[in-house]
Write a protein that binds this ligand. Sequence first.
Ligand SMILES: Cc1cc2nc3c(=O)[nH]c(=O)nc-3n(C[C@H](O)[C@H](O)[C@H](O)COP(=O)(O)O)c2cc1C
Length: 275
Amino acid sequence: MAIAIVVHEGATGVPALAVSGDAGFFADVGKGAVGIVVVKDIFSEVGDEEIVEAVVVVITNADALSPAGMKQAGFDGIAIHGAHGYMPDAFLWSGTNQRTDNYGGDVERRTTFVRELIRAIRSVVGADMPIMLRFSQWKQQDYQAKLAHTPQELEKILLPISEAGVDIFDASTRRFWLPEFSGSDLNLAGWAQKITGKPTMTVGSVGLNNDLYEALEKGSAEATDLSPLMERFNRGDFALVGVGRAMLSNPDFARKVRGGIKIAAFDRQYIHSLE
Ligand SMILES: Cc1cc2nc3c(=O)[nH]c(=O)nc-3n(C[C@H](O)[C@H](O)[C@H](O)COP(=O)(O)O)c2cc1C
């Protein structure tokens, strides 16, 4: 199965956030206040009409790269990158969305852009093509940021987006075992599935003992067993599991896991070898 990803860098495309250094794209941008200020300006200056136009551009521009083009090219699904400070996320998060029109305001109104985007994509790809949305609490410019501080707030964000036509939620976290809200051990994917009733994907340090950014800084991550993940999976918290770094050090990850073979540790060199 091939799934095409629709990406707009949003806040992260601001030059102030285009960081350099050993970890390159993944370097620490936690203090990217300059970037946030620039993005705030962009978001407050662009009018309603231009935003509607932006939605249209996303879905029609560069034929082959549009969702319709992707469908024509034989992709089985569309994944929209709506996490980490990228454009849809920049509308969802109060830290970047300072608008006072239809696209800004309270937590529900901040979903307007994403709902319109999903509906527009649905209208060109038809009812039977799965649409997946990657979303996150954290941003590349602020790891501590949160879209939702409570399950109720998360519901206000995810339910309208779900109703707009998302089939699968990809809940991006850096450590899958961390509870998202107090009083429950559900992680973000667990909450998303519970709230929407749609299948969700968990991700973050699967098979490894530290997160991506820590591993890039330290240079490595040790392999861990998958039973804590499987416990959550088997009780029905989420339907899919995303694996990043462990796939780089174990291209035969699926075969190893199926065969009960221990997976290899991750080393930063695997990322550099992709360059
Ligand atoms: C080499 C590499 C490139 C990545 N590129 C992206 C990207 O373009 N967009 C994105 O949302 N996440 C990207 N990620 C993050 C992964 O999708 C995943 O969320 C993250 O690595 C956590 O999973 P892991 O702990 O299993 O590595 C990348 C990760 C790696 C290792």
